[in-house]
Design a protein around this ligand. Structure first.
Ligand SMILES: Cc1ncc(COP(=O)(O)O)c(C=O)c1O
Length: 384
């Protein structure tokens, strides 16, 4: 098992940061690369034409390793999830009578693009809700999603875990069902990829879109999207010079080309060579590959398990391990507890996490230890 990686970050010692689902702290190694990259522009001579292509290719390679992709040309650099989803939606046609399936209270960047698409076409967006009661909630929520998929389903757009409480969605089962009816599977990997294993060869998503600043441990405003072959001949939301064939030939750029680079590269954002953010995200993903998402998931499970068990015994509601992430899960308070008091208590104990929907969202990572969970337990049970 991994041991604590706290020393590789600069979090203040008194802080119990259980909020990676909000934003990861910066690895020292990533910070170092970022500062070096920032300084490079002091003298533009140090940024060569080749530099527009080298780190981006390395980033694709490293990310491909993380998600088990075999073709680098299907991986593109994006600035945000909304951007990655806009490219998906731009290349879908949907008619009245058809629908898109999402999970209830899904993150807005994976809702609004679909809402807009459906509204324009007079199609429907179906948000599948979990059962009201907590009994087998994750399992039954998954069943409801599978049951909602039919021959009028154009796509299922969903996360691997729900962003607000970590409920796990069985993407393999959803993929199978979508294939049966000819629907696309579009995954927002922002709250899972990096900390939870993801295998594009197994899941075969039509798109996997992921922001870089959470579980990928990268900086803000850069992310990665994997687009399946369905999108290879599509139309990007913007037209920029670097996505066109032969863009490596700077002298010939105004010999305008109709053709794009191979695969899905046409979907890359303008100025995707970002000389600061790209090397930072590259460094972060190299580190993740070195640790391995399986081991990160296992580490989070181990440091949290005692506290989770004790809280469940006391009546706090937490999803069964099988249907939640170990890196991201929700705690629902017993009816008698006062949320405002709990918030103050967490603050006093320097425990940082988020409140999303009706759940307290706990999101540990390799810089946490069991001690952070013990502090969480103390803060949560003080007014019990
Ligand atoms: C599931 C999920 N997707 C996407 C995002 C970020 O979206 P965007 O990159 O469009 O700002 C978040 C941020 O919290 C998220 O939780």
């Amino acid at each position: 098992m991994l041991n604590s990686k706290r020393a590789q970050f600069t979090l203040p010692p008194q802080v119990s940061y259980l909020n990676c689902a909000y934003m990861s702290p910066l690895l020292k190694s990533v910070e170092k690369v970022g500062v070096k990259a920032l300084r490079k522009k002091r003298n533009p001579v140090s940024i060569s034409q080749q530099d527009f292509f080298t780190d981006t290719e390395l980033l694709r390679k490293e990310y491909a390793r993380l998600i088990h992709a075999t073709n680098l040309k299907q991986i593109v650099i994006i600035p945000s999830v909304s951007y990655g989803m806009a490219n998906v939606v731009r290349n879908m046609d949907i008619k009245k009578g058809q629908h898109i399936i999402v999970a209830t209270e899904q993150f807005p960047s994976n809702y609004y693009p679909w809402k807009s698409l459906c509204d324009e076409a007079g199609a429907e967006i179906k948000a599948i809700a979990p059962p009201e009661d907590f009994d087998e909630r994750g399992k039954r929520w998954n069943q409801r999603i599978l049951e909602a998929i039919d021959s009028n389903t154009k796509a299922v757009a969903i996360g691997n875990v729900h962003w607000a409480d970590g409920t796990r969605f069985d993407l393999e089962a959803i993929r199978k069902r979508t294939q049966d009816v000819g629907a696309l599977l579009i995954v927002d990997g922002t709250q899972s990829v990096g900390a939870l294993p993801f295998d594009v060869q197994k899941i075969k998503p039509d798109a996997l879109v992921c922001a870089g600043y959470k579980w990928l441990l990268g900086p803000y405003s850069i992310g990665l999207a994997y687009y399946g072959e369905y999108f290879n001949n599509g139309k990007p939301i913007e037209e920029n010079w670097i996505t066109r064939l032969n863009s490596e030939d700077f002298a010939g750029l105004v010999n305008y080309k109709n053709a794009y680079h191979e695969g899905a590269l046409r979907y890359e954002v303008g100025e995707r060579s970002n000389f600061i953010l790209v090397p930072m995200l590259l460094k972060a993903i190299q580190q993740l590959n070195n640790w391995g998402p399986e081991r990160i998931q296992e580490y989070c499970r181990e440091i949290g398990k005692n506290t989770i068990e004790k809280l469940m015994d006391m009546g706090f509601l937490i999803e069964k391990e099988e249907w939640r992430g170990s890196h991201l899960f929700g705690i629902r308070l017993p009816a008698s507890t006062d949320l405002e008091k709990i918030k103050q208590s967490l603050f006093k104990h320097n425990v940082y996490l988020s409140f999303r929907g009706n759940a307290i969202r706990v999101a540990p990572n390799v810089y946490n230890t069991e001690k952070d969970f013990q502090k969480l337990f103390k803060a949560l049970t003080k007014f019990y």
